[in-house]
Design a protein around this ligand. Structure first.
Ligand SMILES: Nc1c(N[C@@H]2O[C@H](COP(=O)(O)O)[C@@H](O)[C@H]2O)[nH]c(=O)[nH]c1=O
Length: 155
């Protein structure tokens, strides 16, 4: 059975990048994966001055609004790196927070789909034909954590 998730307050809300699970990456703490992801759009770009505001945004929604501002220029390699940026952040989230790691592992081999009505890249979009890259990242993180756990058990 496919598992759909989207908003934090809906079933499997902990799979949303907006869920309140902080991550530490290269010595910096980010309140959510979404804060980190949106800030990475401007690393090394002429708009990098916005990064502290994204970092300090009171909610992931506000971080997303800042990062999505259409007039700001993104780093030139963003399209090439964004999936790796997202995967690193999602992996860190589920390694750090054991209670949601358990929720992820209990989904076994079910297909995970971000049920966004608007996003055809990270989610499945309104008509379910989207690429679902966030769901694919979650499934690959699930597999990686399983392997890490089996290595530590067999040591
Ligand atoms: N969960 C969730 C969203 N979905 C998230 O939005 C991000 C994509 O942002 P961008 O690349 O800037 O379009 C990505 O983290 C995706 O999972 N969007 C929302 O407005 N509300 C939400 O509750």
């Amino acid at each position: 059975m496919t598992i759909y998730f989207y908003k934090v307050w809906q079933p499997y809300g902990c799979f949303s990048n907006f869920s309140p699970h902080p991550i530490e990456i290269q010595g910096t703490y980010w309140p959510t994966v979404e804060h980190y992801y949106q800030a990475q759009k401007f690393v090394g770009s002429e708009e990098a001055i916005i990064i502290p505001s994204i970092h300090a945004a009171p909610t992931p929604e506000e971080a997303a609004t800042l990062g999505r501002c259409g007039t700001r220029k993104l780093r030139s390699d963003w399209e090439m790196v964004k999936t790796d940026v997202m995967r690193a952040a999602v992996l860190k989230k589920f390694i750090t927070h054991r209670e949601i790691q358990e929720v992820l592992l209990v989904t076994d081999d079910e297909v995970l789909v971000e049920n966004s009505p608007t996003d055809y890249f990270w989610g499945c979009g309104a008509d379910k034909t989207g690429q679902n890259h966030l769901g694919k990242i979650l499934m690959s993180v699930r597999e990686e954590i399983r392997q890490l756990l089996s290595l530590s058990v067999n040591k």
